[in-house]
Design a protein around this ligand. Sequence first.
Ligand SMILES: [Zn+2]
Length: 283
Amino acid sequence: MSKVHLGTSGNPPNFFESEFKKDRLLAPLWIDSIGLNAYEVLFTHGVKMSDERAQIMGDNAKKGNIKLSVHCPYFVVLTSDKEEVVLRSRERVKKSLTRAHIMGATSAVLHPGYYNGTNPFSQLKKELKNLCKWKEDVGIKTTINPEVMGKKSQLGSVSEVIEMCSEIEGLAPCVDFGHLHARDGGFLQSKNDFRIIFEQIEKGLGKEGLRNLHCHFAPLEYNDKGEIRHRAHTERDYKPHPEPFCDLIKEFKMSPTVISESRDSQDTAAIEMREYLKKINYW
Ligand SMILES: [Zn+2]
């Protein structure tokens, strides 16, 4: 078995060109057919998948030996000062977790929110703590993974994400290296820049926390406010580049899940990364 789980965020154009295109629930089998081993199910605009379909998704992932994760809806704002927004956000996270549990997904990625309200960070931590308690009570093992966000107006710097995850049981980070790069003005250039981040994660979350890291990866375009848009891996002017990232995965002997978010080329970017990992004898 390979040391790294590598896959796509949702379905890129190539999926819709493939023989599997007739049903999105076949995506894990498509992933297997192209030699990858992870897949992130996107609940971007709401959790519309039934329990029954979640079960089929999970069965297909088992058949293909694919590690599944889900991405909670974008409209989850646990930091809101509007009660009804927080209530609806909680329900959306619970619904995501329920489907994730049925399909056997290990992680549920969540956007932490914004710097709004009176004390957004402590409000967020309180909400996440309650959600983790809820999932433990109902027997859901899927972790909630607050994501490192790309815009400075969004809560979710790498330090904030590490802090939440070290304080609350049931959380694990989603380190989006493209976001991190864009948020910090093009931070990830050399191998040493990646090393700084890896060491920060290891310090905050321990060896196991780093070893099993859930990552998003894509080159990003940014300005002084942070993220503008995701770019394709073939656009080499945009960073971060995968090679120093893969070198460090090997150096730290990690066994991470890396979800490719390369624009319209999640699959080919992940395959390129796999080939590089093979080249350095770490696949
Ligand atoms: Zn995200």
